[in-house]
Design a binder for this molecule. Structure first.
Ligand code: HOZ
Length: 467
């Protein structure tokens, strides 16, 4: 085994820690949830990233979902080079902003007007303020394990990095700042009805990730989102979909198009910046018109609508629109996730793979994961072993069992097959640990090679056309 990359990561991380708190600019990157040292990445191309020692990884994190076209997508790079030559930021209006806004409005049916921000956190924070300004009410409902960025009022029972954090809420958030936040379990519409009846007079908004993607991927039950829509309409509460992850990922129109439920406001980020820092929030004109300078809800940003970031967003959205990529992405993801499930079955390992479109997570658990409490019950030690074994063999997953994984249009059939081969070797090796954790069906373990061989030969025959 080549120990050089590990030694280099160790050295670079220690150096970073001298100057950056924890060595990172966002906590999950520190590998705290999985142990070991983060990989220092030097470059990326297509479905791959390359470490400082040249190690190659198939990337299934993709800048946390932002890079749906893969790394260094040629058209994005070409246009960025041209844009940079014209100047990097003006702090005044450009045609580019209107162009990106138009693309978003045309794509997302509930959005009539949209404002660009620098991050998803900013978008969500502003959408909440707008909902409060519009309804003249204070309280908001959020769901356990969801992560809507790090604005004070939303840092309550949060997923993502906070799911593996030793304390439930961040220090530095006064109770007064979260006293209007009501936290409910995801997928439980009865609890929402009860809370709404209790607080209706002061409820400004319900904010939800239509697909939870910050404590692993958790799908909404049939009618949960529709139930939220009905309740919000009945009580004049603003329904906010946080589509920072799902926007332009689940379909071109986001999760709201996929599930056919229209929120009043939508928050976006990641993909609309094509790998550069952008966020956005938009919705009904009647609500959006309340923003300054038209209305009394203040929101601003020096670098908002930055021409470089907006250029990357425009090219990305245009490419997605033209390529009709979503079917392909879903086929690839289904193949990968079915393969992982069947491999686990072959070894009698109880694990759950939640997936939709090009979003997936793997939970070492024997029950369905339908909410945060279920996600919390996963065996994180087994996930750590799984993660590091894949990493060593060249697959980069998101470094926590409480995060989503992603595929891009750049992932090839060869990538999927390689990941499946590596998953096979990994799961085979961790059977004893799974057995010890009570996650193997039977102590009398007999591998069933037949099922997997049948699946793999079926897939070969299909010769599915992948991009
Ligand atoms: N909170 C992000 C994932 N849900 C992590 C972002 C990052 O570390 O870059």
């Amino acid at each position: 085994m080549n120990h050089k990359p590990l030694a280099i990561s160790h050295q670079l991380f220690n150096e970073a820690k001298k100057f950056i708190p924890g060595g990172v600019n966002s906590p999950v990157r520190s590998f705290k949830a999985v142990g070991g040292y983060p990989v220092f990445v030097n470059r990326g191309k297509g479905s791959k990233i390359y470490g400082e020692c040249g190690q190659e990884f198939i990337d299934c994190c993709l800048c946390w979902g932002a890079l749906i076209l893969g790394h260094a997508y040629p058209d994005v790079i070409k246009n960025l080079e041209q844009a940079v030559r014209k100047g990097t930021s003006f702090g005044t209006v450009t045609k580019l902003e209107t162009e990106l806004a138009k693309l978003i409005v045309q794509a997302v049916s509930s959005i009539e007007q949209v404002r660009l921000t620098n991050s998803g956190t900013e978008a969500v924070m502003s959408a909440i303020r707008l909902a409060r300004g519009y309804t003249k009410r204070n309280k908001i409902i959020k769901f356990e394990g969801s992560y809507h960025g790090h604005a004070d009022c939303l840092l309550v029972q949060v997923g993502s990095g906070m799911a593996t954090f030793p304390r439930a809420t961040s220090l530095g958030v006064p109770k007064d700042f979260t006293k209007h936040t009501i936290v409910l379990p995801f997928n439980d519409i009865k609890k929402v009805e009860e809370a709404v009846r209790k607080y209706q007079k002061d409820l400004a908004a319900i904010i939800v990730e239509p697909i939870m993607a910050n404590c692993g991927v958790i799908l909404p039950r049939a009618d949960f989102l529709l139930g939220l829509r009905k309740i919000a309409s009945k009580y004049n509460i603003v329904l906010i979909f946080d589509e920072v992850i799902t926007g332009f990922r689940i379909s071109y129109g986001g999760a709201q198009e996929y599930f056919r439920v229209k929120p009043d406001l939508t928050c976006l980020g990641k993909i609309i910046g094509g790998g550069l820092p952008v966020g956005a929030f938009g919705g009904k004109k009647e609500i959006m018109q309340l923003l300054a300078p038209e209305g009394g809800v203040y929101q601003a940003g020096t670098l908002s609508g930055n021409p470089i970031a907006v250029t990357a967003g425009i090219i990305t959205l245009r490419a997605l629109k033209e390529k009709k990529s979503y079917e392909c992405l879903e086929t690839k993801t289904k193949k990968l996730c079915t393969g992982i499930r069947l491999t686990a079955k072959k070894y009698g390992i109880n694990l759950k793979v939640n997936h939709i479109a090009s979003l997936f997570s793997i939970f070492f658990i024997d029950k369905e994961v339908i909410n945060y409490q279920a996600a919390k019950a996963q065996n994180t030690d087994l996930f750590k072993r799984f993660f590091h074994s894949l990493l060593k063999k060249g697959v980069y997953l998101s470094p926590s069992g409480f995060e989503a994984n992603f595929l891009s249009t750049a992932h090839t059939e060869g990538d999927i097959e390689k990941i499946l081969r590596i998953v096979n070797r990994t799961l085979k090796n961790i059977v004893p640990a799974c057995r010890q954790a009570g996650l193997v069906y039977s102590l009398d373990y007999r591998p069933n090679k037949e099922i997997l061989c049948r699946f793999l030969s079926m897939e070969k025959k299909k010769k599915s056309k992948m991009i």
